[in-house]
Unconditional design. Structure first.
Length: 422
């Protein structure tokens, strides 16, 4: 069964008092920059009333100047507010447990300082524990929940480990308490299948709502793609397989992908270019270079890297250039924007058969679903991408359908409609 399109959400909100909304977005990588950019643009385009304060760490302001500039501090109702350098350091060096309480302290501090009437917590997974045990805020709040897994038993061929069973039990306990929290108004969730399970299984004053993970894909001119291909030095007659994002993160499966290349037939290696794009962290780049060296020295595959933060306006170029997209994530929990970008670009994906990603891959016929923890299966998947025709690997109409369900407008209107209702 495919997801139904969300109804068109009205921008004509019934607002008695202009709200002061505080968006708490502590991280400067992953989904956060994209989400913030879309919220600012839609806020300004729709001329929404009130004040939108975006609280984040100083590193966000340094690394995403093009997003910060959208706020136009002197004339806009959108403002960036950064933690102190000391607060950023404490948060960045905290364990998961202490980090949850540090985030809570920051949320309380800046809600009071900014006199917010409602807070939107952009990554609830990392700060939910204080609210589970009953801590409150000076105002009501909504939150984005990224990685529920308690419902994964409904997915095809899923057998949980004992650790996963414990995690799912913990999630159920947490959700039962969170949805009963008197100040939580809306739990926004990227997993549409989790939303129905949450609302069926748990009662409380708050309800879960599906939040479309936004994908914006402007089709680049072919001349731009050709120029980028030449600039990167990609050799003629090679198929380009793109891996994108925080590639040194062990969960992303880059190391398993490179291991799999050692068992790929030499004549197929000569047809292949692996394009690694992203990885803004210096430590991650060093790790990747160590992983790449044995491959580059011993195999006829071409490896091309483009390290650093890629401006959002340039991202479609890389997906248009690619012949296929690689996302060999290791038992990834939650949604992935890479699947949506690949669907929008009409490129087949090689990815995990696990959890929500695996279900979306099969449901929308996005490409090849494998057990990415096994290098031999990655090798077989690469072989299929190199040898089989595009239309036998994926369904372009289904890919288009999935991308259309995750428009920027659907994302922003879902958030703002529920914020203004609160």
């Amino acid at each position: 069964m495919l997801l139904n399109r969300e109804p068109n959400l009205s921008w004509n909100f019934d607002i008695k008092d202009a709200p002061s909304i505080m968006v708490f977005s502590p991280w400067y990588y992953g989904h956060h920059p994209t989400y913030i950019r879309h919220l600012i643009l839609q806020w300004k385009q729709r001329r929404l009333p009130g004040i939108l304060n975006i609280v984040t760490m100083p590193s966000f302001l340094e690394k995403h100047e093009e997003i910060v500039s959208l706020a136009d501090q002197n004339r806009s109702s959108v403002h960036f507010v950064s933690f102190t350098a000391e607060e950023e350091n404490h948060l960045s060096t905290s364990s998961n447990l202490s980090g949850a309480f540090r985030q809570y302290q920051l949320i309380v501090r800046y809600v009071k300082q900014l006199e917010a009437t409602h807070a939107l917590l952009m990554h609830f997974d990392s700060c939910q524990l204080p609210f589970v045990i009953g801590y409150d805020l000076p105002c009501s709040f909504s939150a984005i929940y990224f990685r529920p897994t308690f419902h994964y038993n409904k997915f095809f061929n899923y057998t949980p480990t004992w650790k996963e069973r414990i995690q799912q039990l913990r999630e159920r306990i947490f959700l039962s308490r969170l949805l009963a929290h008197p100040q939580l108004k809306t739990l926004l969730c990227l997993d549409p299948f989790a939303v129905s399970s949450i609302n069926q299984c748990f009662s409380g004053s708050a309800k879960a709502v599906h939040l479309p993970d936004p994908v914006e894909f402007q089709v680049p001119e072919q001349d731009q793609v050709n120029y980028l291909k030449a600039e990167l030095g990609i050799e003629p007659d090679r198929k380009v397989f793109l891996a994108f994002g925080l590639l040194a993160d062990e969960r992303k499966g880059t190391r398993q992908l490179l291991d799999a290349l050692h068992t790929l037939e030499p004549e197929l290696c000569r047809k292949l270019c692996i394009l690694l794009v992203g990885e803004p962290f210096q430590a991650g780049q060093t790790t990747l270079e160590a992983w790449l060296s044995p491959v580059s020295e011993s195999l006829p595959v071409q490896i091309v890297t483009k390290f650093g933060y890629i401006p959002e306006s340039e991202v479609p170029l890389y997906f248009r250039l690619a012949d296929a997209v690689l996302a060999p994530y290791q038992k990834h929990q939650g949604m992935s924007g890479i699947l949506l970008l690949a669907a929008a670009a009409q490129k087949p994906v090689l990815s995990s058969n696990y959890g929500l990603m695996g279900d979306m891959l099969r449901r929308y016929e996005l490409g090849v679903a494998i057990d990415t923890t096994i290098p031999d299966e990655i090798t077989q998947g690469l072989t299929r991408l190199l040898c089989e025709p595009f239309n036998s690997l994926c369904n372009p109409e289904q890919m288009k359908s999935l991308a259309n369900l995750h428009s920027v407008e659907q994302f922003a209107s879902t958030i703002f409609q529920h914020l203004y209702r609160n």
